[in-house]
Design a protein around this ligand. Structure first.
Ligand SMILES: NC(=O)c1ccc[n+]([C@@H]2O[C@H](COP(=O)([O-])OP(=O)(O)OC[C@H]3O[C@@H](n4cnc5c(N)ncnc54)[C@H](O)[C@@H]3O)[C@@H](O)[C@H]2O)c1
Length: 260
């Protein structure tokens, strides 16, 4: 039996990176998946790839900084598949490098995409899941949600917030069969990693090329390499699946030992 057989749900930022890897994996394990992304081509490409592999996936294009869109992805999942078993709130934004240089707009975007928008989709999901007898909600935080981040204070604050939100909801909704967990990636080989390391102002060695900066960042982990997106997707699958039936309120680092 496949690990998500008969289940349906939604993954945000699933047009690329870990979200796309998760969508492919969840679908291969039997789930029907709504692929949410602001980038139409990316969302459709992930969905198409899944369908070509024999899975079920539908692209859903929109901007998660919009409250209406963020709330609406839950109804769209139910409309498309007739049920809602999981929500993986994966989308995020690196935010500004330093607090002293950050504008209100920089702070607003980072707080909105990482923290505020997931409250809307999750509120809708809880309403549906409590009527359906339960479900699994997963958030993506970061190792920056577990320890402070020198170059991303606003991002780190938002990701600490995501973990606080998840732990609170885990306690509040355990009795309704709703599990709420967090995956905390470390340095992971996706386009966002490249956005992180090339933001102006965070490194003194701006003469280095992008891939050298990525290698340098990854060398901070005891494993000395970045995670591949699939390695994070495997952890997400476990937390969402029934194998984690007695696990709620955890923030699981997938970081090669970075926070050990
Ligand atoms: N890559 C890393 O090293 C790393 C480490 C820790 C945590 N994270 C977290 O992982 C998540 C991002 O994952 P990734 O590295 O797989 O990224 P990625 O760059 O591969 O993909 C991000 C996707 O998000 C989409 N997106 C951006 N803004 C959006 C919006 N407003 N509405 C809808 N979609 C939007 C993009 O189009 C893109 O397809 C974030 O929550 C990030 O904080 C990443």
């Amino acid at each position: 039996m496949k690990r998500l057989e008969g289940k349906a749900g939604v993954i945000t930022a699933a047009g690329s990176g870990m979200g796309a890897a998760g969508a492919r994996l969840f679908a291969a394990e039997g789930a029907k998946v709504l692929i949410v992304d602001i980038n139409r081509e990316a969302a459709e490409s992930t969905a198409q790839e899944i369908r070509e592999a024999g899975g079920v996936a539908i692209a859903c294009v929109g901007d998660l900084t919009s409250e209406a869109f963020s709330r609406g992805i839950v109804a769209q999942t139910v409309e498309a598949f007739g049920r809602l078993d999981f929500v993986w709130n994966h989308a995020g934004h690196p935010g500004p490098v330093g607090l002293t240089e950050a504008s209100n707009a920089d702070i607003e975007l980072a707080l909105t995409l990482n923290l505020r928008s997931v409250m809307f989709s999750t509120a809708e999901a809880i309403e549906v899941m409590r009527k359906g007898g339960g479900g699994s909600i997963l958030f993506t935080a970061s190792t920056s949600g577990l320890v402070g981040s020198k170059y991303s204070p606003v991002y780190s604050a938002a990701k600490f917030g995501v973990i606080g939100l998840a732990r609170s909801l885990a306690r509040a909704h355990a009795g309704e069969g709703i599990r709420v967990n967090v995956v905390c990636p470390g340095v992971t080989d996706t386009p966002m990693l490249r956005t992180f390391v090339r933001r102006p102002g965070q490194v003194d060695d701006s003469d280095k090329d992008l891939e050298s900066l990525v290698t340098q960042r990854a060398s901070a982990s005891p494993m000395g390499r970045p995670a591949q997106p699939e390695e994070v997707a495997n952890a997400a699958l476990f937390l969402v699946s029934n194998e984690a039936s007695y696990i709620t309120g955890v923030a699981l680092p997938v970081d090669g030992g970075l926070t050990a």
